[in-house]
Design a binder for this molecule. Structure first.
Ligand SMILES: [Fe+2]
Length: 296
């Protein structure tokens, strides 16, 4: 065979190679799509959490496009995807601890590793998860069913009045982020280490279930413990502070008035740490009975 023949033959072989590669690539993406289709939503959620949080340190927010992909999976999730039904015993209103008036909340643990956790809070009607924080965390919460009132705060961007005497303790100025009712199906809410409403309070207006993704999870040894807060209206002026101090702490009010406007009063509050775990909160663990996560 002459050199022309060899080159022609090589060209043919290259073309065959390229076709084979293209066919294999097509096959592998079809297989991937099939695998994705077969995968349960909770498994897809786990895989995406791994991708989003595995290489992220506490206090660092993952890239927005990755958060968006995680949100898209959560947005589509339903009670069915995690084996829940509103008529399950977790959601009945007469399960107060020891026959008491506070309905107990059940937490169904789905998965936890040092980088992230996945779980569901099952809230009977009128139950409340009091105002609490999420230190150094990015948290995605998806209301699976029911109606819930959410109130959330971030710390105010000010060094003024960051530690003041409020009630019988020390409070800090916080700005209101969310104060409204949410009814499923609705979009996933997201909070970040320093904004998005890092401190929130959930009140169940009907029985409801919230699927929570925490990245990273709470960890006492790593200094990420859950702190609960009491809120005081802005009008509860600290003894040592004057209204002009408050005006200075609220940039939007300082130009127009020496005292906070009504809007500022409504959109800010003093938050004071609770010393003990709230007596109005009872959370018990329950057994998650939805599709299992397969770790790879
Ligand atoms: Fe929370």
């Amino acid at each position: 065979m002459g050199i022309g023949g060899i080159l022609a033959n090589k060209k043919d072989n290259d073309t065959v190679d390229q076709l084979t590669k293209a066919t294999n690539k097509g096959k592998s993406s079809r297989n991937n799509r099939r695998r994705q289709k077969k995968m349960t939503r909770v498994q897809r959620l786990y895989e995406m959490c791994k991708q989003v949080f595995s290489s992220v340190d506490p206090g660092i927010v993952p890239p927005p496009n990755e958060i968006q992909r995680l949100k898209s999976i959560l947005d589509e999730m339903t009670p069915d995807d995690v084996g829940l039904r509103p008529d399950m015993s977790y959601f009945l209103g007469n399960n107060g601890a020891g026959g008491g008036l506070v309905p107990k909340i059940t937490y169904l643990h789905i998965y936890e590793c040092p980088k992230f956790s996945i779980g569901i809070f099952c809230l009977p009607r009128t139950s409340v998860i009091p105002l609490h924080n999420h230190p150094q965390m990015t948290v995605l919460s998806k209301l699976l069913f029911g109606t819930m009132h959410i109130k959330s705060y971030d710390w105010a961007d000010t060094n003024v009045l960051s530690n003041v005497n409020v009630g019988d303790g020390v409070g800090r100025l916080a700005k209101l982020k969310v104060d409204g009712e949410f009814t499923a199906p609705c979009g996933t809410s997201i909070l970040y280490p320093a904004d998005g409403g890092n401190m929130h309070c959930f009140t169940a207006l009907s029985s409801c279930a919230v699927l929570d993704v925490l990245g990273p999870p709470y960890s006492d040894p790593e200094g990420r413990h859950c702190t609960y807060y009491l809120e005081y209206p802005l009008s509860t002026l600290p003894a040592a502070a004057s209204s002009s101090d408050v005006a200075e702490a609220l940039p939007e009010s300082s130009s127009s008035s020496s005292s906070p406007s009504d809007i500022d009063k409504r959109s800010h509050a003093w938050l004071k740490e609770r010393k003990d775990n709230p007596e109005d909160l009872t959370v018990v663990g329950g057994l998650y009975s939805g599709p299992a996560i397969k770790e790879k």
